[in-house]
Design a protein around this ligand. Structure first.
Ligand code: ASP
Ligand code: MG
Length: 422
């Protein structure tokens, strides 16, 4: 009998009705002849509510205690789900991440999984029970403290468990019918992508598509674990995220989708002297503050002044930390001023087909021009083109790019069943 790992997000178990509905689905999978291991997120917006509560009490809570608090959200949903399955006449056993053998490093709030030892899960399913595992959490190998994997981390728990259990598939249940060619909340005619390669899904996730956690896709690619992203509110086939060689080349569109991201800000260091080592000094300071940057643009030096501007984007949440780290460098680097802009958004076109099809950038940029969208910065990878635009033009840019590359569905099929975006 094969093992199926199913992950249910917070919007799928938002209330008692949701928990019961999910329980029925799980039981149906068991009855269809599978061992079922379930990973569950906290109900609805519980994690945000717990975070607000912590912030009301302390401006800077300790990472250890914050993780202890946040993991309570998943413990609530796992126990309720086990009870709901019990009501349907099947045995379910719930486990915390630690009990399920999710071993992590000790970086509170963003712990990485270093090992999975799912002995208790294997024992439960051998006994014929359904195992329910609290998502997004583990236990530190060194400190033995409870850790969390970062927001949205339950997807990663699910894939890691699926890999360790050698499951047939990892099903990620959410509130939309799969991965769409654009966010259906912006483009109602977006279509479901039937199959997408790990590498394209990685680019989509890194470009702001919130449907799957970036680290979960990285993990799946490393272990070659097929992911089926689908809705818990319908029985439709969703999107298969698989190895590129398995994506039917006949069906492979040049462009898979358009992703957008409104979580970045832009910093410009104005008037940087054109000397060896200045860029290194600037970015070493940002790195020392533990900040990941995204795009970088350095404009041409103005001949008369010998000065250049360097702009880069970074998570908005890190904006003030980066500004402070750079302010300290003012005299050392000798730049003029720092500018901060959080009114930006990123729009990305992703598709493995652009490797072998010329003119994709030209088509993208002309679509933006026709929509009256000005491009501020550009960056590319082999299979992605991203632009920074004004935040209030993100929707127009996504819509224009989606239309230009003929991604529209013939019959509108995108249904958003609920939730607040996940
Ligand atoms: N409950 C956690 C969060 O909201 C983990 C998850 O949903 O995957 O980030
Ligand atoms: Mg959640």
């Amino acid at each position: 009998m094969g093992i199926v790992v199913q992950k249910y997000g917070g919007s799928s178990v938002a209330d008692a009705t949701g928990v019961t509905r999910v329980a029925q689905r799980i039981v149906a999978t068991k009855q269809a002849g599978h061992h079922v291991v379930v990973v569950v997120s906290a109900m609805g917006d519980t994690t945000d509510e717990l975070l607000d509560l912590a912030n009301d009490i302390s401006p800077l809570p300790s990472g250890r205690e914050l993780d202890m608090l946040l993991t309570a959200g998943e413990r609530i949903s796992m126990a309720l789900l086990a009870m709901a399955i019990g009501n349907l006449g099947h045995e379910a056993r719930s486990f915390t991440g630690s009990q399920a053998g999710v071993i992590t490093d000790s970086a509170h709030g963003k712990a990485k999984i270093i090992d999975v030892t799912p002995g208790r899960i294997q024992a439960a399913i051998q006994d014929g029970a359904i195992a329910i595992v609290a998502g997004f959490q583990g236990v530190s190998q060194s400190s033995k403290d409870i850790t969390t994997l970062g927001r949205g981390g339950s997807d990663t728990t699910a894939v890691a468990l699926a890999a360790a259990l050698q499951a047939e598939v990892c099903e990620i249940y959410t509130d939309v019918d799969g991965v769409f060619t654009a966010d259906p909340r912006i483009v109602p005619s977006a279509q479901r992508i039937p199959a997408i390669s790990y590498e394209e899904m990685l680019e989509m996730a890194a470009s702001g598509a919130k449907i799957l956690h970036l680290r979960c896709v990285e993990y799946a690619r490393r272990h070659n674990m097929p992911i089926h992203v689908r809705s818990s509110f319908s029985h439709k086939t969703g999107t298969w995220v698989v190895d590129g060689s398995k994506v039917d080349s006949m069906e492979q569109a040049i462009i898979s989708g358009v992703a957008h991201d409104r979580s970045e800000a832009k910093i410009t260091v104005v008037g940087v002297p054109d000397k060896v080592g200045e860029a290194a000094r600037i970015f070493e300071a940002v790195a020392a503050a533990q900040i990941n940057i995204d795009m970088i643009v350095q404009n041409a030096t103005v001949a008369s002044t010998g000065l250049a501007d360097i702009s880069f984007t970074l998570p908005r949440a890190d904006g003030q930390t980066a500004m402070a780290a750079l302010a300290v460098l003012k005299d050392q680097v000798g730049y003029d001023t720092l500018l901060y802009d959080d009114g930006i958004g990123k729009v990305s076109l992703v598709g493995a087909g652009m490797r072998s099809h010329p003119g994709v950038s030209a088509g993208f940029f002309s679509a933006l021009a026709q929509a009256g969208v000005n491009i501020d910065m550009i960056s590319t990878s082999e299979i992605r083109i991203s632009v920074i635009v004004a935040e209030d033009q993100v929707d127009d840019a996504v819509t224009a790019a989606h239309a230009r590359f003929d991604l529209e569905a013939r019959d509108v099929e995108a249904v958003v069943y609920g939730g607040s975006g996940r």
